[in-house]
Design a protein around this ligand. Structure first.
Ligand SMILES: [Zn+2]
Ligand SMILES: [Zn+2]
Length: 147
């Protein structure tokens, strides 16, 4: 990830009227520089290292919740880690999927898996269970690593 990732974030936020405070920007750039998803705790640590400032965990959680609500980051439900949205401005369905390569660790976002959502919903509905918007992480080997 590079500067252009942050450029995209800036122009998207401007379009959407999302205000990027310094703390929000710091969290976004830590995620942009990381090759892996990060937990709130790892972000807190990274932030403290970089800015030599201590931060309340609640602040980081508040920032992450804000960024998630505005579609700038996604939370991987299983590991409680966060990643930047790779498909800013594209249609996001009720189910977002990440393909996780077990060889190189690369994550690829598939933003609209409505058919999967509907299948999950019909399975869980008759059990009286209400589904949240799931973020699924599927493990496998990416195209690049298969050659
Ligand atoms: Zn996304
Ligand atoms: Zn791979």
């Amino acid at each position: 990830m590079s500067v252009s990732t942050l450029d995209k974030i800036h122009s998207y936020s401007q379009q959407q009227g999302i205000r990027l405070t310094n703390t929000r920007l710091a969290v976004l750039s830590l995620l942009a520089e990381s090759t892996r998803p990060l937990s709130a705790y790892q972000l807190l640590e990274g932030y403290q290292q970089r800015y030599q400032k201590s931060y309340q965990p609640t602040t980081v959680y508040r920032v992450l919740t804000f960024l998630e609500q505005h579609g700038l980051v996604h939370k991987l439900a299983a590991t409680r880690q966060y990643v930047l949205c790779q498909e800013l401005g594209k249609k996001h369905g009720r189910c977002v999927e990440f393909l996780h390569c077990d060889k190189c660790g690369n994550l690829t976002e598939v933003p609209d898996m409505e058919s999967i959502y509907q299948a999950l919903q019909s399975q869980t509905q008759h059990l009286g269970f209400t589904l949240n918007q799931p973020t699924l992480e599927l493990h496998g080997v990416c195209a690049r690593c298969q050659v």
